[in-house]
Design a protein around this ligand. Structure first.
Ligand code: ADE
Length: 247
């Protein structure tokens, strides 16, 4: 997976993604990251990349030319037209399924906007996907691009050392993850649930599945529609939901 991030703040992208699991994935060449400075492509003699909006209004608009030329340089380098993701609160809200789908691409281009927006004409020309990371407004597209790159990278084969860990995380099967405990057995007067100390594997699995169902029913009932539940589990979940409504 090769990421190409078109941005006015390349150092933010480079520094933000160079640690921990992604840092290792970069070292191991499982992913690559190129932060393309849009300003390097401006033809303006003062190196300007923005201008006033036609029709008036507050703020500045990022101009089409430097963005288009930065994109074209990436396209030329890789030899084909890749998917181009524009980060915007107006886009489709990002989720785990989208992370999985994007992880199958060979290259992904992220366009990070700033100021009051980007000239619509260049968006029409190059963008294939408009994505939001949630219903709130950030100052630029860099953090959303990093959030997406993190979520997509963990879906790229071999990035996570334990292949199962991706599968069994929250949102696998559209259920939330069960609670986890580690040593000591008692901390701050609180005991680890005894079943986890029993060594009885089947009982542990049963308990964990129940905890996932309870958590999802209480915290994110909207996810249950998409979850793959047995008939018994459906009855179990209905009971939790009914009890909850009775409170
Ligand atoms: N740019 C500003 N806010 C954003 C958001 N919530 N998602 C994606 N891009 C953004």
């Amino acid at each position: 997976m090769n990421y190409h991030v078109l941005t006015l703040f390349p150092e933010m992208i480079e520094q933000g993604l160079n640690t921990s699991i992604l840092g290792k994935a970069l070292d191991r060449d499982l992913i690559s990251l190129e932060a393309v400075n849009i300003r390097d492509y401006t033809t303006n003699k003062h190196m300007k990349v923005d201008d006033y909006p036609y029709g008036g209004g507050a703020g500045m608009v990022m101009q089409a030319q430097p963005i288009y030329d930065a994109y074209k340089a990436v396209e030329k380098k890789i030899g084909y037209s890749p998917r181009v993701i524009y980060l915007t609160p107006q886009g489709k809200v990002f989720n785990q399924q989208m992370a999985k789908d994007f992880a199958r691409e060979k290259d992904l281009v992220f366009l990070c906007g700033h100021y009051e927006g980007v000239d619509e004409r260049v968006l029409e020309e190059i963008v294939t996907d408009e994505v939001s990371i949630g219903d709130y407004v950030l100052t630029g597209g860099e953090l959303p691009a990093m959030v997406m790159i993190d979520a997509i990278s963990r879906m790229v084969p071999a990035v996570l050392n334990n292949e199962e860990s991706a599968e069994f995380d929250s949102f696998h099967d559209n259920l939330l993850e069960y609670p986890q405990y580690s040593r000591p057995e008692t901390w701050n007067g609180k005991q680890v649930p005894p079943v986890l100390l029993s060594g009885h594997h089947a009982n542990v699995e049963k308990w964990r599945r129940e905890q996932s169902l309870i958590r999802t029913a209480i915290r994110r009932p909207d996810l249950l529609e998409k979850a793959d539940l047995t008939a018994k589990e459906k009855v179990f979940v209905e009971k939790i939901l009914a009890n909850r409504e009775g409170l």
